[in-house]
Design a protein around this ligand. Structure first.
Ligand code: SAM
Length: 194
């Protein structure tokens, strides 16, 4: 996973922005919904927040308050430092967070929880709960006919091929798994808080 994201870092935001390899993807309503997602994130109370697996900081920049971004990929963090200069970024493992109990008010995580297999989702939830009383998770909405859990074939601009685990959610099932509530439900993105 680390090598894949190190190599993907310079082209990662193409996925958010529908550029490069993603320029001919049919994603009706994506841009408007992305604006709504950004507004929902900016609407969270400004507290001490740890953005776990922050990637390029594409969403980190919308979080208000004292924000720390953590990621396993140094190359992702390089992009994040330029893209979200208001936050502090540290390397680290999401399943063994390098922080004392209760260091933060909130753990935020986007498009990371959905890459974990069930046992690791459990480990991550325990770790998030250890460092903060609140957890906000952004994930993909399950498309019609899509399997909820699957291994996806991915390709990068250099032609390299990778296999990535993906769990997608209908919405309520994410809130249930987190034992929380839905904050945002769109056709592309779902946000739940525990
Ligand atoms: C799909 S990206 C999501 C990035 C960002 N949160 C976003 O929504 O654009 C997944 C991120 O998880 C990071 N990652 C994967 N495994 C990790 C781990 N065990 N600890 C910390 N970061 C990890 C990758 O380096 C990558 O930046």
């Amino acid at each position: 996973m680390k090598t894949y994201y190190d190599r993907r870092a310079p082209e990662y935001d193409d996925w958010w922005l529908g550029r490069g390899l993603y320029s001919d993807r049919e994603r009706p309503g994506w841009e408007d919904e992305l604006g709504e997602l950004a507004a929902a994130i900016a609407g969270l109370e400004p507290v001490r927040t740890l953005d776990v697996a922050c990637g390029t900081g594409f969403l980190t920049r919308h979080l208000r308050g004292e924000v720390v971004g953590l990621d396993a990929s140094d190359r992702m963090l390089e992009v994040a430092r330029a893209q979200a200069p208001g936050a502090t970024f540290v390397p680290g493992d999401a399943l063994s967070l390098p922080f004392a109990d209760g260091t933060f008010d909130r753990v935020f995580t986007s498009y990371f929880y959905c890459h974990l297999e069930e046992d690791k989702r459990g480990r991550f939830l325990a770790e998030a709960q250890r460092v903060a009383p609140e957890l906000v998770v952004v994930a993909s909405v399950r498309g019609e006919g899509d399997a909820a859990e699957r291994w996806e074939e991915r390709q990068l601009r250099d032609g390299s091929r990778w296999t990535v685990h993906k769990r997608v959610f209908d919405g309520e099932d994410l809130a249930e798994e987190l034992r929380g509530e839905l904050l945002f439900q769109g056709s592309w993105f779902v946000v739940a808080r525990a």
